[in-house]
Design a protein. Structure first.
Length: 216
């Protein structure tokens, strides 16, 4: 019985969030094809995790027996998040682009779970775990577009999740999501719709492939 760790970070509700709609489609197909599985869900907008502090950071480099009360409390939260990641057989992350980067709530989660000597460094306790990232964005940052140099979401998460944590990273990228709301982008609505439909199809396909992979 496999466990899916599902993380959303959009500030918008499901009915208007592109990343949430695609992660929901992925999860729906996962649950339909793997009804005996378990889903652990974290909505980082509704329930943000603590941002890293001096106490929680330094606690990672100190023998737990020597932790101050402040370090012990802060580190306990980090360990809880790390254990969720370590116990997951697959991870699903909604990562919309805000101001060319990821939401601060998602960065806070990463800062907590990246721990040298455990999840990062030579050990990488979650190494090899497949992670599907839904990296939605209001415009397009693909190679050849005017803003390709501003693509920091895939680059950063590929490094942090892949090289940093050793996860097997895959991306679904719904783009031009602002086209229906921005009159200046009206001519791009058909491209947005095509991107949306493609992302939803990819979510279904990748969810099925992941179920098969874990069952093998």
């Amino acid at each position: 019985m496999a466990t899916l760790l599902h993380i959303d970070s959009s500030v918008f509700p499901a009915e208007i969030s592109s990343s949430r709609s695609v992660t929901a489609a992925f999860r729906k197909h996962w649950e339909e094809q793997h009804p005996e599985g378990t889903v652990v869900y974290r909505d980082l907008n509704a329930q943000p995790v603590p941002h890293i502090t001096a106490a929680s950071h330094t606690a990672g480099f100190v023998d737990p027996a020597a932790h101050t009360p402040e370090q012990a409390a802060a580190f306990a939260e980090r360990v809880r998040l790390i254990e969720e990641l370590e116990q997951a057989d697959a991870v699903l992350i909604g990562a919309p682009m805000y101001n060319f980067s990821i939401p601060s709530t998602l960065k806070a989660w990463l800062d907590n779970v990246i721990l040298m000597g455990r999840t990062a460094g030579e050990t990488q306790s979650a190494k090899g775990t497949p992670v599907t990232v839904v990296a939605s964005r209001g415009g397009s940052y693909e190679p050849g577009t005017p803003r390709e140099d501003f693509e920091y979401v895939r680059n950063y998460l590929g490094a942090a999740l892949g090289a940093g944590l050793g996860l097997d990273v895959d991306f679904i990228v719904p783009e031009l999501t602002m086209a229906p709301q921005n009159p200046a982008m009206a001519e791009l609505v058909p491209l947005y719709e095509a991107s949306r439909d493609r992302a939803l199809e990819e979510a279904a396909t990748k969810a099925g492939q992941l179920v098969e992979r874990l069952a093998a």
